[in-house]
Design a protein around this ligand. Structure first.
Ligand code: ZN
Length: 406
């Protein structure tokens, strides 16, 4: 498993400058077809329709998470006492593969498809896939080890927490990368300082007190990115149309299963059907957009209208939702205009705290004080305390078409 490449391979990256690959297994996994599929999925779902340069992929983000893990295992002081070389390679593999199961338009697709992306990631790693075949070539128990790191059942908690906790390689990469590619400055924070002040105490990742300000920046980056970028109403409007399209397609299939003859890319919508790994491999944004192109000529007027709206970015309008009267009034207005509210009226609630100190032990951020005691972040930082114990921000909106799309 610790077979090294002839020489370190490097890939240019605007966030980390270079992605460094020392081990042959990492190189083989990057070249596996299921990993290459991630090039065809936008990292930020529909956000590129709002921030036009947010074209980066899950592929780039996954390499970035791997690179942060690689730096952690090589640079964090005292880590050698907790991880063997084999465990370091296992966690690098887990970081690289953590998003394999994502569907098109990233998180949005979880409203359309079960299982969720974490379950699908495990299915790919454990199932009939090139990724699985590469892993078992290096060690027969490697697929199970990686899945246990990703689903937090691995006995060494540090390994899981590096990839998924409230201060982890996944979040650190996507905040920096998404800020860079949207051209916003909200998501930036000092990754170098965080890595330099990161320590392992017992089975926790802790930050030395001298790194508190960089962690505060990271928490505020999350807060601003969620409200300014991830929950931007325009990308939620596109998601509302995507949601309506897939619902309409599903309803048409239920009425007439032959509908799928024209849409082989949407086989996964069959009723009572569990998606296969082959269908999942073929399901990406290129196949969906080809499906939207085909549907734009469909004889079903609702389906074709929704497909054209997606292709031509004819968005739904939106308004704040404050009471059920708003919903009822809008429903009547849409019926008057000839729209079926089942597809053309969508309510969406956005709610996010950038850090949650509530869930007892799990994955909180801990600070190592100068007197060697360990304290939870919100007890040390007045800024974080104000953000997490203040009123939670929630936002409810209604999405609907302004007029008939002609
Ligand atoms: Zn990720």
């Amino acid at each position: 498993m610790n077979q090294r490449c002839n020489e370190t391979k490097v890939m240019r990256d605007p966030i980390h400058e270079y992605i460094h690959v020392d081990y042959q297994i990492i190189w083989d996994l990057i070249n596996a077809r299921e990993f290459q599929r991630l090039r065809r999925i936008h990292q930020m779902g529909t956000s590129y329709q709002v921030y036009h340069t947010a074209e980066h992929s899950r592929f780039a983000h996954s390499l970035g998470v791997y690179e942060i893990i690689r730096r952690m295992v090589n640079e964090v002081k005292g880590l050698d006492a907790f991880l063997s070389e084999v465990e370091k390679i296992q966690i690098m593999c887990a970081g690289l593969l953590h998003d394999l199961g994502h569907g098109p338009f990233s998180h949005f697709f979880e409203s359309i498809l079960t299982p969720n992306h974490e379950q699908l990631t495990a299915m790919i790693i454990l199932g009939d896939s090139d990724i699985h075949r590469i892993l078992v070539k290096y060690a027969s128990d490697l697929p199970e080890q990686i899945v246990s790191i990703l689903n937090h059942s691995h006995p060494n908690k540090v390994m899981s927490r590096m990839i998924s906790s409230q201060l982890d390689a996944d979040r650190m990469d996507y905040l920096l990368r998404d800020a860079y590619f949207t051209g916003t400055s909200y998501g930036t924070f000092d990754l170098e300082r965080i890595l330099r002040t990161l320590r392992i105490i017992e089975d926790r990742l802790v930050i030395k007190e001298s790194g508190v300000h960089s962690v505060e920046d990271y928490i505020m980056a999350r807060y601003h990115m969620y409200w300014q970028v991830y929950y931007h109403p325009t990308s939620r409007s596109i998601e509302a149309i995507l949601y309506a399209f897939f619902n309409r397609m599903r309803d048409l299939i239920v009425k007439n299963p032959r509908y799928l003859d024209d849409y082989p890319m949407f086989q996964f919508l069959k009723p009572d059907h569990e998606i296969t790994l082959k269908e999942h491999y073929q399901l990406d944004e290129s196949s969906c957009f080809y499906g939207f192109q085909c549907a734009s000529d469909d004889e079903d007027k609702i389906l074709s209208d929704l497909a054209v709206r997606i292709l031509e970015r004819k968005l739904f309008d939106y308004a704040d939702f404050s009471s059920s009267d708003d919903y009822a009034l809008m429903k009547l207005r849409l019926i008057d205009l000839g729209f079926d509210p089942i597809y053309y009226l969508y309510m969406d609630k956005a709610e996010k705290r950038p850090y949650s100190p509530y869930n007892e032990d799990t994955n909180l951020i801990y600070i190592l004080m100068p007197d060697k005691t360990i304290r939870e972040l919100s007890q040390v930082s007045a800024i974080v305390n104000a953000v997490v114990y203040g009123q939670a921000k929630t936002e409810m909106k209604l999405f609907y078409p302004k007029e008939v799309n002609k």
